[in-house]
Design a protein around this ligand. Structure first.
Ligand code: AHG
Length: 342
């Protein structure tokens, strides 16, 4: 077939792409392929709800409070349950962990356990749901460390360097799934007419010339001197670079995705008012690290202001970290100014 027949030269579904990727790994058993496909299916189910959030009865809040002390949006709850239920019986995972739950989510004993563990934020940015602002699912996949049986905290608390795969699903003007298995970053757009994620952004690389910086500058008073100087730098105040435009949605997946495609830097620094003074708001294992893997695979970099996010050894499931992520020179500049000025 050719494009003259109004047929695309090649339709690449996420399954075909993952299978093609898998051919680079003869030792691959196909389990990871199926796991990524399960995630894509969860994304379709969640997308079918987020696109109707304003209409369906699920708009708005439950009366529940999650582990983060945040009021759980009904869509959060639905997304969390959807991901768990599509993965709890497949025999591909030894355990899961979710932003919405304090401890490990075990595989029900009637089902087999597998060789991977998955950690996920089911619906990041959910505070924006009622305002029709894009939200997203973020996931990390590791090989289990323990030999067999139910997954343990040891299997979960791994540095980003150990990631086998990571990615996100952005529920925005279109639904996109972006993932990496260490062979580059690839983006798929959901075609709702056929219900398939189709390859739309192969081999994503962060453009060398950045356009945006993304930070909640309303907090500038509460940032360290180094971060305040960095905020001047990215705006070109010292004249050393062309100022970047500010774009900040307040939804990590939306802000990260835009900067991945346009070039730029996102940062969420420590806020002196925080009780967790040394770590900021964002979570390491299912927000910062999976996006750091994507950023590095796309030619960028992610830091906590002093070291690569990928090198941080987690000590708890929901531990937080400051995050500077995007074009490598921009992130390294943040590290330089924080090193000099704190
Ligand atoms: P939540 O999931 O509670 O809505 O938090 C979203 C996160 C992240 O997506 C976003 O970058 C950040 O919180 C925005 O925080 P601020 O509103 O403090 O800027």
């Amino acid at each position: 077939m050719n494009s003259q027949n109004n047929y695309p030269a090649q339709i690449t579904t996420i399954e075909r792409h993952i299978l093609d990727e898998q051919r680079h790994h003869p030792e691959a058993t196909g389990v990871l392929t199926q796991l990524l496909y399960d995630i894509a299916l969860a994304g379709k189910v969640i997308a079918s709800k987020t696109t109707r959030a304003g209409l369906a009865e699920i708009l708005g809040r439950t009366d529940e409070i999650n582990i983060q002390g945040e009021e759980v949006q009904k869509l959060d709850h639905l997304a969390d349950l959807t991901i768990y239920r599509l993965n709890d019986h497949t025999g591909r995972l030894a355990a899961l962990a979710s932003e919405e739950h304090e401890g490990i989510l075990a595989i029900p004993e009637q089902y087999p356990t597998g060789k991977y563990v998955m950690l996920y934020d089911p619906l990041d940015g959910s505070a924006n749901i009622d305002y029709n602002i894009p939200v997203g699912t973020i996931f990390s996949i590791f090989h289990r460390i323990t030999e067999s049986g139910p997954g343990t905290m040891e299997d979960m608390l791994q540095p980003g360097r150990n990631l086998v795969a990571s990615g996100y699903i952005s529920y925005g003007s279109s639904t996109m799934l972006v993932y990496t298995t260490g062979e580059g970053v690839h983006g798929f757009t959901l075609d709702p007419t056929v219900g398939e994620f189709l390859l739309s952004h192969p081999h994503i690389k962060i453009p060398d010339n950045p356009r945006y910086f993304s930070a909640n500058t309303g907090y500038v008073t509460y940032w360290s001197e180094g971060v305040r100087r960095y905020t001047d730098y990215v705006q070109g105040v010292d004249g050393s670079i062309m100022g970047l435009s500010l774009r900040y949605v307040g939804s990590l997946v939306a802000d990260f995705h835009r900067n991945l495609l346009s070039g730029g830097v996102f940062y969420y620094a420590v806020d002196s008012r925080d009780s967790n003074k040394d770590s900021g708001k964002l979570r390491l294992l299912y927000e910062a690290a999976p996006l750091a893997f994507i950023a590095e695979q796309a030619g960028g970099y992610a830091s906590d202001g002093t070291q690569s996010i990928m090198d941080i050894i987690p000590v708890s499931l929901h531990q937080r970290t400051p995050l500077f992520i995007g074009n490598r020179p921009l992130v390294e500049k943040a590290e330089e100014l924080i090193s000099k000025f704190g």
